[in-house]
Write a protein that binds this ligand. Structure first.
Ligand code: C2E
Ligand code: CA
Ligand code: CA
Length: 641
């Protein structure tokens, strides 16, 4: 008997220490605010008190207290133990539900079952001192189970079965780690109960449950891999898991994206280390709107929030509230700074029916034409169009949706044909004609632009090889290059290879580049341009005057031709300053020994206006729109006659 007692003390004090450990680390890591955190704490606390109850009895026996005192302690300890411990399985079911991300008691039936299964046993135990339905002591003072105890066991078993069912129903919503921890917990509980039922003198039930709690702490409660270290918010991985579980559990909510538009400008001017301070400032604000575990740090400029509900008006108001905060300034160190943001909000399920949809909304660039600060409902239609364009671009090369058109360029001096610009056209079987202004940026982001530009170059080479351009006294054909591609290693070699395989004269090709904001790396770009120019290719600066091209770039890149954008021509017609700007731009470039081409010439007046300047070439609808290869061939041979 004595030995059994020591044996119990060892098991029970281990359980006690395990519970203390679980609680300690839960509180240290501040995992106390989510609902399942709280249920977890409650379950561990119950085990802690349960082990204390049993321990007190063991110690009373060990201390050799009087039989009456031991009986008293036994009565109280058993009562408390029963009362608390029988709540455990119901709590565990609730816990599993929360961990799976499901709404607890979403239908009246399961709510009623929960209440009956939970409240009834508790009531029975609570009233046991008067009814003795659960247990009683016989005339010798020995402990005896009564009929209601069976009922309590049934209720416990019911919740365990419900938990298993829930677990398997939400299987896909859980990570491997969580699945293992939950199953292991159930296994340990089962093992503990079985041993204790078979040998009631071996009290391992509490111990096995406490062990299971350690597993839950490590793999379910721990969120280390879900948290972004810098912001303390959930990371992309967490968002992916949560959206998946929301969808599987059919939860209705809104996903809100807070996109800081000018964050890169801020980071560039203030440095990356200050970006963290800014992050904190915004984080603090977002935390005032929703609990921390509803906030995710998606990428450098985007946060996501989740808000339960399905009322679009409510969410629009909420989004507008966030947006209006960005009308005010933010405290940054000692100064106030202004940031602009666009708020996107979409329903799950609804516009967002998969994890991919969610990231698509959060990561996709905004349409260039967008001027709204809050995008909800139909404002997000552009995402559908964009994803349709993405599909079209990815199947485009295989399905031969692309075709190269040519727009002639003319010499100013004799108005004779000088060359042509190759312009890509796309005809998709589903979306019809898609403008390059729409699909080129998409192709760039998808990393498919190199293949498209490669296709255009091969087509142009084939056309030059046919000899038709030479027969019509053309001097060159212009091919647009994407600057992002130029910067990739091996670009110059690739171009050379294509042209050399085609066996055409390199000086027949004139590459157009636009110095976009992305290309700040002039040194690399300049190296590539120089390498290709040394091979004999010509280069043009496209779109001068649109804000994407600057004089420093033109100087450092040593380009042959400057193409002046149509917008500069338009302002020269309508304003005096515009005229001065055009006149002096042309004079400046001529002094730098560059040739000038003016684009987008449409009318007689424009040609006349340009006659007064030292322009070399003209291009535009005035002469011809871009034409398919056959129409272009026909067009140039007709004008030759
Ligand atoms: P871009 O290189 O500036 O091409 C000139 C654009 O102006 C073409 O539009 C052309 O059709 C249009 N245009 C020509 N003359 C006139 C005119 O008189 N008036 C007006 N209003 N417009 C005129 P498009 O073909 O829609 O191409 C749009 C842009 O797409 C191009 O602008 C270029 O940046 C890009 N792009 C086109 N083809 C390719 C390509 O093969 N590769 C790459 N990377 N980009 C391309
Ligand atoms: Ca161009
Ligand atoms: Ca242009």
């Amino acid at each position: 008997m004595e030995m059994y007692n020591l044996f119990h003390i060892a098991f029970l004090s281990s359980s006690f220490l395990l519970c203390i450990t679980c609680l300690l680390f839960t509180f240290i890591q501040k995992r106390t605010d989510k609902k399942h955190n709280r249920i977890y704490i409650a379950m561990v606390a119950i085990l802690l008190i349960s082990s204390l109850c049993e321990l007190s009895l063991c110690f009373a026996k060990l201390a050799g207290l009087s039989a009456d005192t031991i009986l008293m302690i036994d009565k109280v300890a058993r009562y408390v133990y029963f009362l608390l411990h029988s709540a455990l399985s119901a709590l565990f079911y609730n816990y599993v539900t929360k961990v799976c991300g499901a709404l607890f008691g979403s239908n009246p039936f399961s709510r009623a079952m929960y209440l009956i299964g939970f409240v009834l046993p508790e009531m029975l135990i609570l009233t046991n001192p008067f009814t003795y339905w659960v247990y009683y002591r016989d005339e010798n003072g020995a402990f005896q189970r009564n009929w209601a105890e069976m009922l309590i066991y049934v209720a416990g078993a019911f919740f365990i079965i419900m938990s298993v069912v829930k677990l398997f129903r939400s299987w896909d919503a859980l990570t491997d780690k969580k699945r293992i921890a939950l199953i292991y917990f159930l296994f340990l509980v089962g093992l503990g109960i079985t041993i204790q039922l078979a040998h009631s003198e071996i009290k391992v039930e509490v111990f096995s449950e406490a062990m299971g709690m350690v597993g839950l702490m490590l793999c379910v409660e721990s969120e280390d891999d879900r948290i972004d270290i810098d912001t303390g918010f959930y990371n992309r991985k967490a968002l992916r898991q949560d959206i998946k579980s929301f969808i599987i559990n059919k939860r209705k909510l809104f996903l809100i994206g807070v996109r800081i538009i000018d964050s890169d400008i801020f980071i560039r001017s203030a440095g990356t280390e200050n970006a963290d301070i800014l992050n904190e400032t915004i984080s603090d604000y977002l935390r005032t709107l929703v609990p921390r575990y509803h906030i995710y740090y998606v990428n450098q400029s985007t946060y996501a929030l989740t808000v339960y509900g399905d009322d679009e008006n409510m969410i629009r108001e909420f989004a507008e509230k966030i947006s209006s905060r960005f009308d005010e300034t933010w405290q940054f160190r000692e100064s106030q700074i202004k940031l602009s943001a666009v708020i996107l909000a979409a329903g799950v399920p609804g516009r967002i029916s998969s994890v991919n949809d969610a990231f698509y909304m959060l990561d996709s660039s905004l349409p260039e034409t967008n001027d709204k600060k809050v995008l909800v409902g139909s404002d997000l239609e552009y995402l559908l169009r964009r994803s349709a364009v993405e599909d079209a671009v990815s199947r485009g090369l295989d399905e031969h949706s692309f075709e190269v058109y040519y727009q002639p360029t003319y010499r100013m001096s004799d108005r004779k044909l000088h060359g042509a610009e190759a312009l890509i056209r796309m005809h998709d079987k589903e979306l019809g004609q898609i403008s390059p202004d729409e699909f080129i940026p998409v192709a760039e982001q998808m990393g498919l632009i190199d293949r498209i530009d490669g296709f255009v170059l091969s087509e142009v080479c084939r056309f030059i090889k046919s000899g038709i351009p030479q027969q019509n006294h053309m001097e060159c054909i212009n091919v647009n290059l994407s600057v992002i591609e130029c910067l990739k290693p091996g670009f110059a070699e690739k171009i050379n290879r294509i042209v050399e395989n085609a066996g055409i004269d390199k000086k027949f090709l004139n590459f157009e580049i636009t110095e976009s904001v992305a290309a700040t790396d002039y040194d690399v770009l300049s190296e590539i341009v120089t390498a290709l120019k040394n091979e004999g290719f010509l280069f043009s600066m496209d779109d001068y005057g649109t804000g994407y091209s600057n004089i420093a770039a033109i100087l450092s890149l040593n380009l042959d031709v400057i193409k002046i954008d149509k917008s500069l021509l338009r302002v020269a017609q309508t304003s005096e300053y515009g005229y001065i700007m055009l006149e002096n731009s042309i004079r400046m470039f001529k002094q730098m020994n560059r040739q000038i081409l003016v684009e987008g010439v449409e009318t007689d007046e424009q040609v006349e206006l340009l006659c007064g300047f030292d322009v070399d070439y003209l291009q535009g609808y005035y002469f011809s729109k871009p034409l398919s290869e056959s129409s272009f061939t026909e067009f140039i041979s007709r004008s030759e006659k």
